[in-house]
Design a protein around this ligand. Structure first.
Ligand SMILES: Nc1nc2c(c(=O)[nH]1)N[C@H]1C(S)=C(S)[C@@H](COP(=O)(O)OP(=O)(O)OC[C@H]3O[C@@H](n4cnc5c(=O)[nH]c(N)nc54)[C@H](O)[C@@H]3O)O[C@H]1N2
Ligand SMILES: Nc1nc2c(c(=O)[nH]1)N[C@H]1C(S)=C(S)[C@@H](COP(=O)(O)OP(=O)(O)OC[C@H]3O[C@@H](n4cnc5c(=O)[nH]c(N)nc54)[C@H](O)[C@@H]3O)O[C@H]1N2
Ligand code: SF4
Ligand SMILES: [Mo]
Length: 694
């Protein structure tokens, strides 16, 4: 049996894995035993990679559409034919409308430096990632306070003594390492407080669970700050040294008392006071978890800022059991990997089509864009036409709210190309599908795994491709060659790509042979909390009063806007994930589909009774954007103002026979509304009506 060290891609967490291979077939996948915090562990999705490899409902060769969009009429094409077709169309569109009319969107991945280079090479500013729909407002919150995007920040959860989590469903929406670290810490006495309108698995594991009114967490946090400041529970030394705008915060939270918050959140004032005191007692090894999916409401950025501010009040930056800036090769005194984007590329002067980085939309991160703006830009052609969209490892049809609107927009494109492993909903609408080999069949750019102990990790092919597929980095290069910009992609093989990245680092491909990982630092790298913190804000400090905001006429502390309860028979639609699935990727996986074949609508028992809905009954859920049907799960475990469903179900692509039309689609019900400061869509802005299916 051969052992191949690689990186899982059944979700985006990228756990290092060991793959057991015999006769070019995968026998078993387990966590890489040499990596601290993984030590052989794997999650159900990671183990189900074998079923993806052998899935005969994958895309098996390049396809060119022959019938109307979404009709499922395709002809198989050779790679040369499909790539020539795409290149020819791109050239026509570029000649007629300019490079800026071509956009690319992807779930950012190890080859993002390649897709960004491709867009620059063809003269387009319109690179998008999924980021805004996941955590864009958190990214903006972190940049407004610390100057760092959220991706540069980590949580030292294994050493924390007290963790407060607001809907960060750590034990279902998992990051494997974090689950292990937190479990081990809790075994040793770490306390977990969990706040959610729904009783999740994490709620059942927590020491304290608080059922909050949906959408009112910001009110809770203002009251916590009120208590922490009034009672002097914050880290004065840290705040004096590292914070700008404390006095402004102090007077701002003055009116937001625990009694006031009790009315808004439904959490008793006494609980709020004891939460503030208990958390402060554990400082600096206390974490107010700032979340992962942070796309819920229109005031999301202010909620996420409030969480980061609570951490700053606890003085936990760079403290063991607190939050830290992820360290990379440079911090370990080593040379970082080379990236394709670091080349001397053509300058793109055009503004982004979503306005990000311009006075129109100044605060979200231009490195990612705000992808949910794309459908509206395509439809309105304002500020200019977008005529071609390349989609790589992303399913914007389902991951941008308002399915029907997305469909109208994508139907208007002159060219839609999907680089995917499966028939995503977007691929189903595409003109051309370029099938990518799955992670077990391909290698990718080397990963810089930054953290307290930075390392480099390599995804290596474990087996040869089952079908006529190619790795994405090769697909982009072949397209670039055809468009006359191949010189920016100076590699002809995976090894040459790796060598390009490793040049000058003193590390060779062989160094990954033994363990799949190259460590860059033996010891955890912390910065000195007295004088060595390096915030990237203009003041060099944590800016409670943010220059990013104030310089753009955006207030750092707008008054709290109360959440109006939904009317009778109307509910806030909440969404989330299960441990058995990844977003919209795995619903058709033979093994995972067996574990969770459909989603259910959680509805509060008293509310269900009023509407004549019994457990297990089919119900219709409707919103201004659309409607769908789903089975009801009648329970006391959810707040009466909300209903809940898992994301990723209710699929409309008939060739995905295992998940076709099972359950309901949240995307069909959500409206495309954005937090215009943070940049995330407010996925839970929508109110729905529920009725029994007659
Ligand atoms: N309505 C709604 N929208 C959401 C969310 C929600 O809950 N509801 N959640 C948001 C969040 S948190 C996130 S992170 C995003 C995620 O949004 P997406 O990135 O769109 O979702 P994923 O399921 O991660 O992957 C999308 C596509 O990648 C393909 N894929 C998987 N592996 C590979 C590969 O190796 N190569 C290629 N080329 N393709 C591959 C899958 O087949 C799938 O079609 O969605 C956001 N949008
Ligand atoms: N198994 C699995 N794990 C994953 C992923 C996956 O697809 N599958 N995806 C990864 C990614 S990209 C992400 S972004 C993370 C997402 O991880 P999380 O951020 O933990 O997000 P969700 O699963 O979307 O869970 C959202 C929770 O928020 C609760 N909630 C809803 N409204 C409110 C509210 O107003 N207040 C509070 N306090 N809670 C509320 C919901 O009930 C739900 O339990 O998971 C990561 N891990
Ligand atoms: S959490 Fe599971 S699916 Fe995600 S990368 Fe790790 S093992 Fe793979
Ligand atoms: Mo996400």
């Amino acid at each position: 049996m051969q052992e191949v060290y690689s990186i899982c891609l059944m979700c985006t967490v990228r756990c290092p894995i060991r793959v057991f291979v015999k006769n070019d077939d995968v026998k078993l996948i387990e966590g890489n035993p040499h990596v601290a915090g993984i030590e052989g562990s794997i999650c159900p999705k990671g183990a189900a990679g074998v079923a993806l490899l052998n899935d005969d409902e994958r895309v098996k060769s390049p396809l060119i559409r022959t019938g109307p969009r979404g009709s499922g009429q395709w002809r198989e094409a050779s790679w040369d034919e499909a790539l020539d077709y795409v290149a020819e169309k791109l050239r026509e569109i570029k000649d007629k409308y300019g490079g800026r009319s071509i956009a690319l969107t992807e779930r950012s991945h190890l080859n993002t430096h390649i897709s960004k280079t491709f867009l620059k090479a063809i003269g387009s500013p319109n690179y998008f990632s999924h980021d805004s729909c996941c955590k864009g407002s958190l990214n903006t919150a972190f940049r407004s306070l610390t100057g760092y995007p959220d991706g540069n920040i980590g949580i030292d959860i294994g050493k924390a003594k007290y963790v407060v989590s607001y809907g960060r469903n750590l034990f279902e929406s998992i990051e494997l390492k974090v689950v292990k670290q937190l479990t081990q810490a809790m075994d040793k006495g770490t306390k977990l407080v969990y706040i959610d309108p729904r009783v999740t698995v994490t709620a059942t594991r927590a020491h304290k669970y608080l059922m909050i009114r949906p959408g009112t967490d910001l009110a809770l946090n203002y009251a916590l700050m009120h208590v922490i400041i009034r009672e002097g529970l914050y880290d004065k030394e840290f705040v004096n040294r590292w914070v700008v705008g404390f006095k402004t915060l102090q007077s701002f939270v003055e009116p937001y008392s625990p009694k006031w918050a009790e009315q808004e959140t439904g959490i008793p004032a006494s609980e709020i006071i004891s939460l503030a005191r208990e958390a402060a007692e554990a400082r600096p090894s206390v974490v107010f978890h700032y979340g992962y999916r942070c796309a819920n409401y229109t005031n999301e950025v202010y909620f996420r800022r409030s969480l980061i501010i609570l951490n700053a009040l606890m003085g936990n930056f760079e403290a063991p059991g607190g939050i830290f800036v992820k360290k990379g090769a440079k911090d370990a005194g080593k040379k970082p990997l080379r990236k394709l984007v670091d080349q001397d590329l053509p300058k793109v002067a055009e503004e982004r089509c979503d306005g990000v980085g311009t006075p129109k939309f100044p605060t979200p991160d231009p490195a990612h864009g705000v992808v949910q703006m794309l459908p509206n830009v395509i439809l309105s052609e304002d500020p200019y036409p977008i005529k071609a969209l390349l989609v790589w490892r992303h399913d914007p049809m389902l991951s941008i709210p308002d399915y029907e609107n997305n469909k109208r927009a994508f139907n208007k494109l002159d060219l839609l190309v999907a680089i995917d492993t499966q028939f995503s909903e977007t691929a189903w609408m595409a003109d051309v599908i370029l099938p990518e080999s799955i992670y077990l069949e391909r290698g990718d750019s080397i990963q810089e795994a930054n953290g307290l102990k930075p390392s480099l990790v390599m995804r290596k092919p474990a087996v040869t491709p089952r079908y006529d597929t190619k790795p994405g980095w090769e697909i982009i290069k072949l397209l670039a060659d055809r468009l006359g910009v191949g010189r920016y992609f100076p590699y002809n093989s995976l090894e040459e790509l790796w060598e390009y990245q490793l040049e000058g680092t003193g590390i060779s491909i062989e160094d990954f042979e033994a363990k799949g990982v190259v460590s860059l630092s033996k010891d955890a790298i912390y910065w000195d909390r007295k004088d060595g913190l390096k915030f990237k804000t203009p003041s060099g400090k944590i800016e409670f009063v943010s220059s990013l905001f104030e310089n753009n006429g955006i207030p750092s502390f707008p008054a709290y806007d109360p959440v109006i309860p939904p009317g009778e028979g109307t509910f806030r639609l909440m969404i989330g994930r299960t441990v058995a699935h990844t977003h919209v990727s795995t619903q058709n996986n033979p093994l995972l589909n067996e574990l969770v074949p459909e989603n259910l609508l959680w509805i509060n028992a008293k509310e269900a009774k009023k509407l004549g809905i019994s457990d297990g009954q089919m119900v219709e859920v409707s919103s201004p954007a659309g409607k769908d049907t789903i089975r009801a799960y009648v329970t006391d475990l959810i707040h009466p103002e909300a209903v809940f469903m898992l994301h990723g179900f209710g699929r409309r692509v008939p060739v995905l026979t295992r998940c076709y039309k099972k359950g309901a689609s949240d995307t069909m019900l959500q409206e495309n509304v954005t937090d215009m400061v943070g940049g995330s869509p407010a996925l839970q802005h929508v109110y729905v009506k529920v009725k029994p299916v007659s």
